[in-house]
Write a protein that binds this ligand. Structure first.
Ligand SMILES: Nc1ncnc2c1ncn2[C@@H]1O[C@H](COP(=O)(O)OP(=O)(O)OP(=O)(O)O)[C@@H](O)[C@H]1O
Ligand SMILES: [Mg+2]
Length: 432
């Protein structure tokens, strides 16, 4: 078997219609399927597989893109870097899709951990070669297939340090699988909402910045891409908490020419989608900015965008948070209590302001992603921790008013105090 197999996916000019959805004959094995191109069906807004264009890609181009953050390919595109796996190879790579190698489950099926040899598609022994994540789509019809195609289409061409790397794919009979670089720390969703140890503030800022850079890259290219499914479960983290966007199944090319928006059916995730998009189906890059604002709020508060377990007025995060965002004196009531005042005061201020702007009801008032990157970048270096300010205020108070019984104020109780004791609140405000 040729270890340098490279599936090359050339996107034909968008707007070409009439493609047939059939991607491969069921008798063909993965290794004999012709190189495939994607054609766009304007009537259904779907890019279908069109088996043709054999040998579009010279074998020596079958290399993975570099991780160098300063040197993504000039327009971030490079169509000929995907490996084509056989089902058998991926079955072996994941130990027969063993249940204990499951990394997670999404709408389209399970994600397994696996190992492959370097520079090829051959399976490797667990713990050797390259660790990968193998997403296996449930054979549940056209919808999953469409998104599988979109994923290969976009991620096969777009390369950036803040986008997860698609290593290859498998298309064999009814099987549709995707092979990604393995992201050691899983999703931001896991870290924010499932782990017992709270994610430190500095990591939250680093992750928000990385994800913002990913979106800025998508929006800023010569052919902008709208991501359409920005949410914490689609932000994956490597060992150093670098954030990478995954799941391009719903991504869409931005408006062409003098068009201001793309009209689409409304898809995405409830709780993250921009209101004007849900109402009209008009999609712009500002829809992603709104979703970014929702994720910023989740990062700030440690609350889910939708949480049915909370009291009725608190289930929708944006609706609950708006009054706090709009009032500078209330901002600190938003900070995740699990951080126990271990956050930057200025950082919370800036992040809240940013979230407020991203969540503007008027899409035109939302900032572009490159501006968001500029606002978040300096927040990484802030050391003005609320807990320090709290301590100094306590000691000032202590000096002013010595307790008659000589008791000390204990740190643990201070940390668990209500947010009304937020470090920027003055005594006067607390009385209100
Ligand atoms: N490349 C990867 N490396 C490590 N873990 C991954 C990788 N891709 C996915 N996962 C894990 O698998 C889980 C499921 O991912 P998946 O994208 O299928 O679903 P989801 O994002 O949770 O939901 P949705 O279907 O709505 O996108 C993720 O939450 C993550 O924990
Ligand atoms: Mg996902």
């Amino acid at each position: 078997m040729d270890n340098n197999k490279c599936g090359c996916w050339a996107v034909l000019r968008r707007g070409v219609s009439g493609a047939n959805c059939k991607s491969s004959s069921s008798t063909e094995s993965a290794n004999t399927i012709p190189r495939t191109s994607l054609v766009y069906d304007a009537a259904t807004e779907t890019r279908y597989l069109n088996a043709s264009n054999r040998d579009l890609c010279p074998p020596n181009e079958a290399q993975l893109s570099s991780d160098n953050p300063d040197a993504p390919s000039s327009d971030g595109k490079s169509p000929c870097q995907l490996l084509q796996f056989s089902f058998h190879e991926l079955k072996s790579a994941t130990g027969n899709f063993r249940p204990d190698s499951i990394l997670g489950e999404g709408g389209f099926g399970y994600v397994f951990k696996g190992w492959i040899e370097e520079n090829g598609t051959a399976p490797a022994k667990p713990g050797s070669g390259i660790t990968v994540a193998v997403k296996s789509l449930k054979p549940d019809g056209l919808q999953g297939h469409r998104e599988w195609v979109a994923e290969v289409d976009f991620l096969g061409q777009l390369h950036h340090p803040n986008l997860v790397k698609l290593i290859g794919y498998c298309i064999e009979d009814d099987q549709r699988l995707l092979v990604y670089e393995f992201m050691t720390r899983g999703s931001l969703e896991n870290h924010l909402f499932r782990r017992t140890i709270p994610l430190p503030w500095s990591n939250r800022i680093k992750i928000a910045l990385g994800a913002a850079k990913g979106l800025a890259f998508l929006h800023g290219g010569s052919e902008p891409v709208i991501y359409r499914d920005f949410k914490t479960s689609n932000i994956l983290l490597d060992s150093e908490y670098n954030a990478k966007l995954s799941d391009f199944g719903l991504a869409k090319a931005g408006p062409q020419g003098d068009k201001t928006h793309v009209s689409t059916r409304v898809v995405g995730t409830y709780g993250y989608a921009a209101p004007e998009y849900v109402m009209t189906g008009h999609l712009t890059s500002k829809s992603d900015v709104y979703s970014f604002g929702v994720v910023l709020l989740e990062v700030l508060t440690g609350r889910r965008s939708m949480d049915k377990k909370r009291p009725s007025g608190e289930q929708n995060l944006v609706a609950w948070a708006r009054p706090y965002l709009a009032d500078k004196r209330k901002l600190y009531q938003l900070a995740d209590p699990r951080l126990e005042l271990n956050y930057s005061l200025k950082g919370v201020q800036k992040v809240s302001q940013l979230a407020y702007n991203c969540l503007s009801r008027d899409p035109k008032s939302r900032p572009p992603m490159d501006e968001i990157v500029k606002v978040l970048t300096p927040l990484q270096d802030l050391n003005d921790l609320a807990i320090l300010s709290y301590h100094s205020r306590l000691s000032q108070q202590g000096r002013r008013k010595k307790r008659p019984d000589g008791t000390q104020h204990h740190l643990a109780s201070a940390q668990h105090k209500s947010i009304r004791d937020s470090p920027l609140n003055t005594g006067k405000q607390r009385c209100r």
